[in-house]
Design a protein around this ligand. Structure first.
Ligand code: GRF
Length: 205
């Protein structure tokens, strides 16, 4: 009997094109994963609409609706954990998870960043790569920890910077690579498992 598909919870804050790439991949049973819920830190975003159109459960926790950031983090942890995910994917989720979340779900949570870590962490990876003048940048998939884009690296893809790039054209080129990296790597994690030894992540048994 085939193994049950891995349960994915995906967290988003915006357009959700990375989420859509995962949803498309999950339509094939051979992919080995299924999106069981999509969460967000804000309402009215296309990322949530993509899930709603497929009848996938969604939840929203806005920081401003909680007395403290810690309370928000605890509510997020409870909601994500309630779906019993094998893997949580932060796909353009623009918040750092915190002290409630990390001990419960941190080892099962990956995030995608539009730069080649450890270069250009934070919210402006494509802009900072362009301003620095690097000729190669890219995207990084990592296991979340308590830093900003500092976690153990699961996968990276290099992307060239073109002479006439703007922040927008560069970020769009990175996002094409990011979606392919995410789909390929999440599928392998779902089907083959993964181990983390210090900073070194290995896919497969
Ligand atoms: C991605 O480049 C992600 O790495 C960054 O924001 C973008 C999200 O894109 N943090 P989308 O919402 O998946 O289209």
């Amino acid at each position: 009997m085939a193994a049950a598909p891995a349960r994915l919870v995906v967290l988003v804050s915006g357009a959700g094109t990375n989420l859509q790439a995962l949803l498309d991949a999950c339509a094939d049973p051979a992919y080995g994963a299924t999106v069981v819920a999509v969460g967000a830190d804000r309402d009215g975003i296309e990322g949530l609409a993509r899930a709603e159109r497929l009848g996938i459960p969604t939840f929203v926790h806005r920081v401003k609706d909680f007395a403290s950031r810690e309370d928000w983090d605890a509510a997020l942890t409870d909601s994500v954990a309630s779906y019993e995910p094998d893997l949580v994917v932060l796909a353009g989720f623009m918040k750092l998870v915190g002290a409630s979340y990390l001990p419960v779900l941190g080892r099962r949570t990956i995030n995608t960043h539009p730069a080649l870590s450890p270069a250009f962490p934070g919210m402006h990876g494509p802009r900072e790569a362009l301003e620095y003048g690097v000729k190669i940048t890219g995207c990084t998939l990592f296991v979340v920890d308590d830093g900003v884009d500092t976690g153990a690296i699961v996968a990276q893809t290099a992307v060239p910077v073109e002479d006439d790039d703007t922040v927008e054209t560069l970020h769009e080129r990175i996002k094409v690579a990011e979606r392919a990296m995410l789909v390929d790597t999440v599928g392998r994690m779902a089907r083959e498992g993964w181990t983390v030894d210090g900073r070194r992540v290995r896919l497969g048994g």
